[in-house]
Design a protein around this ligand. Structure first.
Ligand SMILES: NC(=O)c1ccc[n+]([C@@H]2O[C@H](COP(=O)([O-])OP(=O)(O)OC[C@H]3O[C@@H](n4cnc5c(N)ncnc54)[C@H](O)[C@@H]3O)[C@@H](O)[C@H]2O)c1
Length: 394
């Protein structure tokens, strides 16, 4: 992967990563640790348990969290402490970790993140809403109770705005509106963007936003909410350093994202299966760019009393057809269209303002620059070259 420059963190800061065993959280833990932060992971292993229940697994050979952090110490010489605590269920455990850790920064990834999972059954719906809302609210309540004042960075989703064509460039969280006041004069306001999420998973991120607004305004909690696009790519500068540090690669229908699905199909010599017309347009960001954005946001914390800072964390938008076309041109894979199994607008325009990250110095890496390298690296890692299913795992 190319040269990605991370901004500096204040020396010795403690960063608590909630959900640090997951696809985004693990590489984030390694990146902040490599930058000199004291990193602590809290994770209850829910995602690994869900994999077992669904009978799916990462295609890359991920190690247990215990073995991962041991490997990191062997490779880097830095210690990452871990706590197996359920953020949604174990409030006392959370208080204990917070008081012991006294973090300067908390990065909150610990939510059920699959839209299809949240829509597949009442069990999936109830688990997603219960887990995500309770996790976020427990955290906020605990910050007030402990009187700690970390900068809380939450991973929200760009899908919180909804995928129906908005007819405007989607702003960074707040919409300027005008209404008529009681005296007939025009009143200007900025309100949280009234999104129309297309799944219960996305809905939980919208509800999170309202909890954040309340806790920032009423209790002065310092919060950055990152409305992130679909993350693609697998390995990062740190996870590449030893096979025991490898990041997860999900390809199943529940957790595998469209980019992973297309890349794997191409690497196995199968056609790329586009759902419906393929005119659905989404926001994307490479995993290295996600890390750059997280370090930029961490280096510019919000102040007490400030409203929630909402940043759109995406590198580019693309239609599913255009994405399939790019992968097809690189690999020679055929593209086929299937009936769309999802209830979503068949096509949409999706224009997003991500100006704050650009002002902070973020230079996005786009599909056209790095997709070919990514496919080649993943092929090597998975032992696939486009001629058929995998025979062995690297
Ligand atoms: N992956 C993406 O493309 C993407 C895009 C936008 C936003 N996000 C957001 O980033 C976050 C992380 O996503 P991911 O892809 O890494 O997901 P993931 O499922 O790989 O990781 C989530 C981690 O949180 C843990 N967790 C869940 N509930 C918990 C609880 N109650 N207590 C403690 N730990 C808990 C899980 O065990 C898992 O390790 C999510 O909130 C997701 O909504 C991800």
């Amino acid at each position: 992967m190319g040269n990605f420059e991370s901004p500096r963190l204040a020396a010795g800061q403690t960063v608590l990563i909630l959900g640090g065993d997951g696809f985004c959280g693990w590489p984030t833990a390694l990146r902040f640790s490599s930058m000199g932060a004291q990193v602590v992971i809290l994770d209850n292993g829910a995602r690994r348990e869900t994999d077992r229940n669904l009978g799916v697994a990462s295609l890359t050979p991920i190690q247990s969290l215990h073995d991962r952090v041991e490997a990191w110490t062997a490779v880097e010489g830095s210690v990452i402490r871990t706590h197996n605590v359920d953020l949604a269920e174990n409030y006392a455990g959370l208080l204990r970790v917070l008081l012991e850790t006294r973090p300067d920064i908390i990065i909150h990834f610990a939510e059920q993140r699959s839209a299809p999972y949240s829509m597949r059954s009442s069990e999936g719906a109830r688990y997603t809403v219960d887990n995500n809302i309770r996790a976020t609210h427990n955290l906020l309540a605990a910050l007030v109770e402990t009187r700690l004042d970390p900068h809380l960075m939450h991973l929200g989703t760009i899908g919180v705005y909804g995928y129906a064509t908005a007819g405007l460039q989607l702003p960074e969280g707040y919409l300027k509106v005008k209404a008529l006041g009681a005296d007939g004069r025009e009143v200007g306001k900025e309100i949280l963007y009234p999104g129309q999420p297309d799944s219960l998973y996305h809905m939980t991120k919208m509800l999170d936003q309202h909890l954040f607004e309340f806790y920032a305004r009423y209790h002065g909690v310092r919060i950055t909410d990152l409305h992130q696009g679909v993350v693609w790519g697998t390995q990062t500068a740190e996870t590449c350093r030893d096979l025991r540090l490898v990041n997860r690669f999900d390809h199943d229908a529940i957790y595998g994202t469209v980019t992973n699905r297309f890349i794997l199909q191409a690497l196995e010599g199968r056609p790329l299966t586009v759902y419906g017309s393929g005119s659905q347009t989404r926001g994307f960001i490479h995993i290295e760019d996600m890390l750059t954005c997280l370090t930029l946001a961490a280096a510019t914390p919000t102040k007490r009393g400030e409203r929630v800072r909402i940043l759109n964390q995406i590198a580019e938008t693309s239609s599913i057809n255009a994405l399939a076309g790019r992968i097809s041109r690189i690999t020679g894979a055929e593209v086929v269209h299937l009936d769309n199994p999802r209830r979503e607008p068949e096509g949409n325009e999706f224009e997003v303002d991500n100006g704050t990250f650009h002002d902070l110095g973020f230079v996005a890496h786009r599909f056209d620059e790095i997709l070919e390298t990514e496919i080649a690296q993943l092929g090597e890692l998975l032992g696939l070259d486009g001629t058929g299913p995998r025979s062995s795992v690297a």
